[in-house]
Write a protein that binds this ligand. Sequence first.
Ligand code: MTE
Ligand code: MO
Length: 434
Amino acid sequence: MTTNRAFLIRGALAGAGALLAAFSSLAVAELGAALTRPGASPVVVVGGASIDLTPAPLKDWAVRNFGTNDKLVLQAGILTVLALCAVALGLLALRHRRAGALGVLAFGVIGALAALRRPDSASWTDVLPSAVGALAGAAVLYVLSGRLTGPGNGVAPHGPDDWDRRGFLIAASAAAAASAGAGALGRGLTAARTGDAAGARAAVTLPAPGSPAPAITSRTALRLPGMLPFTTPNKDFYRVDTALVVPEIDATAWRLEIHGTGVTRPLTLTFQDLLEGELIERDITLTCVSNEVGGPYAGTARWIGVRLADLLRQAGIRPPSRGGPADQLVARSVDGMTLGTPVEDVMDGRDAMLAIGMNGEPLPFDHGFPVRMVVPGLYGYVSACKWIEDIELTTFDADDPYWVKRKWARKAPVKTQSRIDTPGPSHARHPAPS
Ligand SMILES: Nc1nc2c(c(=O)[nH]1)N[C@H]1C(S)=C(S)[C@@H](COP(=O)(O)O)O[C@H]1N2
Ligand SMILES: [Mo]
């Protein structure tokens, strides 16, 4: 074999071995995440960090152009960058075996740091998926590059032809099989948990609301070819959020804390409390501030929930117009998102609610199960907190929520807009009428 050709083959094998090492890292991390917390998987935490660090205009652009696929595109991007880095590390490992393995560990450190910095990071165990994944990947790269760099110990190969074909093949097959097993086991465990959450959601029965929504008249329900229905079915309802993994909350363990300045009687509510509360049912349109003319990010659903103003009064707050100290309500979700709503808007008599039902069923996971906020007349990012777990009554001066930190307006009442469904705009992207 010519020397050049032998170098090429070794280079290609080093790249392939490093890709295998990357796969091992992710697969083992997947198992680690299944055993600790699915949201702590390195792709999820690094993805979450990238979403938070992405400048708002770029994020807005991504939502517009990729829609609900924005997260898939992001994950594909992360995996591509990872693959390129892996190949580079593989080539490095041919010359400096230890440096290659250390490089893999460095990625583990990035993942672990990202995991710790997530707002929903529960404990130090969140670093484990990245850590065990990186160790597995580093070991695979170290062993495989050892087979390529000379007999046995990896020091000073006698020549480019002098590598251990059989050893490489055996080690690579063993690593691939073990990693695939670990990954499949991780996926399986996570899927079993998801099944549990879905089962718990299916077991929820919504009581009939004491104050039902008025019937939809035949004029409102007018249907013409090409026209979208007045009520958007749940499966077609737009989704906009920063969650790479949709939170799946056990409703029986769910709690909502209502506290803060001006709350004289802090409240802790359970899901059962809400089911037994005074339920109202209302048709409310939700829309995203990023919705373009004719765009898909608007929908009307029939929501069932408890009036937020009633709960706040129970907690003893006074509206700012009557001298109360808190003018901002900051809602926080289990995944660490924060949204700020003017207290005045919640208390002014409109049907602001903590919703538990959407179009006759418990909230879908994508739309905030078990409980979300809905405030008529405000854009989603200042009102519609999904997977809510905390409400703090504070002031606009004291606290900037997530989007405001990223230079979006503190207050965002919906601007009146109309949509002409038929004839539609040439670039219509809303779901096809069903
Ligand atoms: N927890 C959480 N709630 C959230 C968001 C989010 O990213 N995380 N996005 C908000 C935005 S910007 C909008 S427009 C609405 C969208 O609600 P939907 O996905 O149910 O349509 O949810 C709001 N609530
Ligand atoms: Mo939004």
